[in-house]
Design a protein around this ligand. Structure first.
Ligand code: AQP
Length: 343
């Protein structure tokens, strides 16, 4: 990772996932798997379940509670160690929402109007969308900057939001004549930074897609995984002899990328092995690999979900550690802005 930050911003990784449904293979390959790699590399890592982001669209309270615990179980099952990483849910650390308000006053309307995710999620009915959905990227900037995080591993879809977080840090530093917030670096790496829907290779695989067939959920059992891969949309051609031959073949490229990310190899290596073969051969190989990699995860998530009180306890402990970092940074921000701090 290149690090253009001044030395007074030591490398610190922050990232988050919304408990807005069950985890998908896209979240796993684009985010969680890489969160674990960062933890294993020995960098300071802070991982958040961004429940305040989830409520930018309607969430049934009981489902939100379940999805938050299940998401925590997903992180833990994938290898996030709460002793080495800080793992917590956003709403237990009020500094996120407080700094987001400040950033609502830093970011410009025009910046937010350019955000494609708002346009995608609000659709044609933007007037009915919540104000929170529109201001979502300001909260995301606060999530990151309230820890002075320097690097943020995310999938490709979050690139624009991270550029906005950089713009907010730069504007705040400039407006107040300080070098206080780091200019964060997005870390978008690996073969599956944009896992696509199994039904439509031009659409992102998403936990809120109405079609369950469009995604692999981390809670899917072996039969469901194999069936979804078998039914995944493809074209009639065999796999090409080189990666360049995947151009214009979104569905084929997606399956090759998923294979590569699951096997920790490059798409070239997948093509070297399967180029020239039809999907009749490739899909069963992919299904076998997916089941091999995801089944242990799935089993561990189920085990963890049997003890929700323990998950809540872990999140509470993580939140205490998160508050210890976030609160002084929020206090200093308010001071810089001229707010009286009496205590
Ligand atoms: N399809 C994907 N491929 C690669 N990475 C992905 N991510 C999400 N989908 C893919 C990455 O997962 C992290 C958490 O995303 P999120 O849950 O906060 O929000 P999202 O990006 O909006 O994910 P979803 O699944 O599409 O959720 P909904 O449907 O609720 O909006 C991020 O790092 C994201 O890049």
């Amino acid at each position: 990772m290149s690090d253009p930050q001044p030395a007074h911003f030591p490398q610190r990784i922050f990232s988050g996932i919304q408990p807005s449904g069950g985890l998908t293979l896209g979240n796993y390959l684009g985010a969680i798997k890489r969160f674990v790699a960062a933890q294993e590399a020995g960098v300071e890592t802070i991982y958040c379940l961004v429940d305040l982001h989830a409520i930018t669209v309607w969430q049934d309270p009981a489902k939100l509670r379940h999805a938050t615990r299940e998401l925590a179980a997903g992180y833990l099952a994938a290898g996030i160690d709460p002793a080495r990483s800080i793992l917590f849910n956003q709403s237990q650390v009020p500094a996120h929402a407080e700094l987001a308000w400040i950033f609502n006053c830093v970011a410009r309307m025009g910046w937010l109007r350019r955000m494609t995710q708002f346009k995608d999620k609000a659709g044609k009915n933007a007037e009915e969308a919540s104000v929170g959905l529109f201001a979502y990227p300001n909260l995301m900037a606060a999530d990151i900057l309230v820890y002075h995080a320097t690097h943020v591993p995310v999938g490709e879809d979050q690139k624009q939001h991270l550029e906005l977080a950089r713009d907010i840090a730069i504007k705040f530093n400039h407006d107040y004549g300080v070098d206080f917030f780091p200019v964060v670096e997005p870390v978008i790496e690996g073969a599956a930074t944009r896992g696509m829907s199994l039904r439509d290779g031009t659409k992102k695989m998403s936990k809120s897609d109405p079609s369950d067939q469009s995604r692999i959920n981390l809670t899917d059992d072996a039969d469901a995984i194999a069936a979804k891969i078998r039914k995944a949309r493809t074209d009639p051609e065999p796999l090409p002899e080189s990666v360049a031959g995947l151009d214009g073949r979104a569905e084929a490229r997606n399956l090759v990328n998923i294979y590569a990310a699951l096997a920790d190899i490059a798409p070239d290596d997948v093509i070297a092995q399967y180029g020239g073969q039809g999907f009749g051969a490739f899909k069963p190989a992919l299904a076998e690999l997916a089941v091999e990699k995801l089944s242990p995860l799935n089993a561990e998530m189920r085990r963890l979900m049997q003890d929700p009180a323990e998950i809540d306890r872990l999140l509470g402990t993580g939140a205490v550690r998160a508050r210890e970092i976030a609160q002084p940074i929020l206090e200093r921000t308010l001071e810089i802005m001229g707010m009286i701090r009496s205590v």
